[in-house]
Design a protein around this ligand. Structure first.
Ligand code: AMP
Ligand code: MG
Length: 395
């Protein structure tokens, strides 16, 4: 059985990022750049005023000086004004600095009477002038290949006049919940049945990573139905995420169904708790297909998604960094793991402190809902209260 770092390495080694496409910059939020993009324009693009006031030569405007106001330059087209000696030009925020001026005095720092101003609080050369290229030079890197585009990157690309951005394509993802006992939320529940929570949870976990629009499916615990379900999803998906049916019980049909379809798992079972039955298939021909088999217990499905599926999908959609966010933590309680597999304990991380939340069993969905972090406790290990460690941040 592989350890979880070995399993993750194996999964990641099989993932090839999806090809590139160009999408409108306005829709590129959360996508990963497929090329390094360079600035073609400096920012600011021209010297301009930082305030509403008067453009002048600082050395001609000591306290008490009186200067005529000879023209006006609003934001917008450059009127190509030239500042005559010992004078000022009315100017507004974002407007081009008239030739000959070297500073802008705020309107609050002068007294204006008719067509002249008196200086109350002098400026020095360069003051309130936003210089061409002071933020960004042409040729500088805007966004690196593999970087996720956030709102400010979208703004930055737009500021360069870039209306389409090169990003990695998104995968078509199917989420398949297996189990005769499952019933869709909204329908009446009979004894022995339970609502399908993994399906909605996994679709939400995908959406959390910017992977919207995954389709949800259900399959009963029958071999034939499982084969036909997997085969039709395989025809229309880049990724299938299965929950349940991946163990060795008489009603676990995923492995036999994969077998019947000629899809041999590259990986089955990982030395981790929860999540031991995790399974991974990589089909190359006729086109790449990745199948992740997660255990049916909700916490196991959640933890294996976090440990293996999320990094794999991040690599698939072009991320250069797939490691989870970690944070230092001090334990508020002793936490022990007597078992022979590393245990991912669910808990809350708050201001550098971590405490476990709820029941630590793989079916305990409520306890899971209270957590915002996972703590990896190695096998046969006890971590003392007050000891320091690192936790995986989930949000
Ligand atoms: P399995 O991995 O199929 O043996 O399922 C393990 C446990 O997880 C069983 O108690 C199932 O009822 C439960 N389970 C499986 N799939 C789901 C699901 N989609 N939503 C909630 N619980 C599930
Ligand atoms: Mg089952």
């Amino acid at each position: 059985m592989l350890t979880e770092p070995e399993a993750l390495d194996l999964v990641l080694s099989r993932i090839t990022p999806l090809p590139s496409e160009r999408v409108p910059t306005t829709t590129a939020l959360g996508r990963f750049a497929s090329e390094t993009m360079l600035a073609s324009l400096p920012l600011p693009g021209f010297d301009n005023s930082q305030v509403d006031g008067y453009a002048l030569r600082a050395e001609e405007a000591p306290k008490g000086a009186e200067l005529p106001v000879v023209a006006e330059q609003p934001a917008g087209p450059d009127l190509q004004l030239e500042l005559p000696p010992s004078s000022s030009i009315r100017i507004f925020t974002g407007a081009p600095i008239p030739r000959g001026a070297n500073a802008v005095i705020m309107q609050e720092d002068v007294t204006r009477v008719g067509h002249s101003i008196t200086i109350n609080d002098p400026v020095s050369a360069g003051e309130n002038v936003r210089r061409l290229g002071s933020d960004l030079c042409a040729g500088q890197i805007l966004v690196r290949s593999g970087q996720r585009l956030g709102p400010a990157h979208i703004g930055l690309l737009a500021s360069q006049g870039i209306d389409h951005a090169p990003v990695h394509r998104l995968p078509a993802i199917s989420v398949l919940s297996t189990g005769d006992e499952l019933i869709a939320p909204g329908l009446p529940l009979k004894t022995g049945q339970l609502y399908n929570s993994n399906g909605p949870m996994l679709v939400a976990m995908l959406a959390n990573e910017g992977l919207h629009g995954a389709t949800a499916h259900h399959c009963p615990d029958q071999l034939d139905a499982t084969i036909s379900c997997l085969s039709s999803l395989a025809a229309e998906s880049d990724v299938i995420i299965v929950s349940g049916g991946v163990s060795v019980g008489d009603h676990d049909h995923i492995k036999p169904a994969l077998n019947a379809l000629g899809l041999e798992p590259e990986l089955w079972r990982v030395k981790v708790k929860p999540g031991k039955p995790f399974l991974f298939v990589h089909r190359i021909e006729p086109r790449p297909l990745y199948i992740f088999g997660l255990p049916g217990n909700p916490v196991s499905a959640f933890v294996t998604f976090h440990l293996f599926v999320k990094p794999a999908l991040l690599k698939l959609i072009g991320a250069s960094e797939t490691k989870p966010a970690m944070a230092p933590a001090t334990l508020t309680h002793e936490i022990s793991n007597d078992g022979g597999r590393p245990h991912y304990v669910r808990g809350r991380w708050n201001r550098g402190q971590f405490h476990p939340t709820g029941l630590q069993q793989s079916y305990a969905l409520f306890g899971l809902s209270q957590c915002n972090a996972l703590l990896r406790v190695p096998e046969h290990t006890s971590l003392a209260s007050g000891s320091t460690c690192e936790v995986h941040l989930l949000h």
